[in-house]
Write a protein that binds this ligand. Structure first.
Ligand code: AMP
Length: 231
């Protein structure tokens, strides 16, 4: 991808649970040599490792609710302070509230443009996908359809994600509409915001996403007019 010299490629993937954010973020990050930062993965790893964060977030995640803004902003702020994010990053699962989106704008000061992509998928398709989704019970990676019963990474057994079960999915979609959907309006007027049809084969979505991010990342930064300056 042609990228403006010296300008970081900072990407946020938005979309409801099951939209394909994780898969697409992973592909885009790998192709462009950028770190993928998935807040869901960070929390699941913390639960797996039984850290204080994992212990405090577990009940919230199991119920389908959101972990507190201060905790999440702290986690992402720390992650974005690491040098590997200087050339850019792909955020998956953050921001999820307007407060988080506002905090991200603050964290972005002096770091170049933020390209925001919203992956749109009809609700009945999301429900079908979430019911079918499997992850590895040992290493936690999302299982592509080619993996029938064992993980292609570590050989672990494939299981349903604990919060993809019937009881929790409805709550997660409700939380998405109430708390996360408003951030689409927060970003919609920006020149670097794009919408992608996520109800297509994954490779078609990957190509559309890549083209949209390329085009959005080339949008010139808004010119700041200083009052009184000679034109
Ligand atoms: P995900 O893997 O992105 O679907 O996230 C799984 C769960 O982790 C969510 O249902 C939330 O409980 C929690 N979580 C992940 N990211 C965030 C975030 N940015 N803010 C609050 N909670 C989050």
């Amino acid at each position: 991808m042609r990228k403006r010299a010296g300008v970081a490629l900072n990407v946020v993937m938005l979309g409801p649970p099951g939209a394909g954010k994780g898969t697409q973020a992973e592909r885009f990050a790998r192709t462009h040599g950028l770190p993928k930062i998935s807040t869901g993965d960070i929390l699941r790893e913390a639960i797996h490792a039984d850290t204080p964060l994992g212990r405090s977030a577990k009940t919230t995640i199991y119920s389908g609710a959101l972990v507190g803004d201060d905790v999440m902003i702290g986690i992402v702020g720390e992650r974005l302070s690491r040098p590997d994010t200087r050339p850019g990053f792909v955020l998956d699962g953050f921001p999820r509230t307007v407060a988080q989106a506002t905090a991200l704008d603050d964290l972005m000061a002096g770091r170049g443009p933020l390209v925001v992509v919203d992956i749109v998928v009809p609700e009945e398709v999301l429900l079908r996908r979430l019911a079918a989704r499997r992850i590895c019970g040992d290493c936690g990676v999302n299982a592509p359809v080619e993996w029938i019963s064992a993980c292609g990474n570590c050989g672990g057994a494939l299981v349903t994600r604990f919060d993809d079960g019937d009881g929790v999915v409805g709550e997660r979609l409700k939380v998405y509409h109430l708390q996360t959907r408003p951030i689409v309006e927060f970003y919609a007027g920006r020149p670097t915001f794009r919408t992608i049809d996520g109800n297509q084969p994954p490779d078609v979505v990957t190509a559309a996403l890549s083209a949209a991010i390329r085009e959005a990342s080339l949008v010139p930064a808004p010119v700041k007019i200083t009052p009184g300056a000679a034109l």
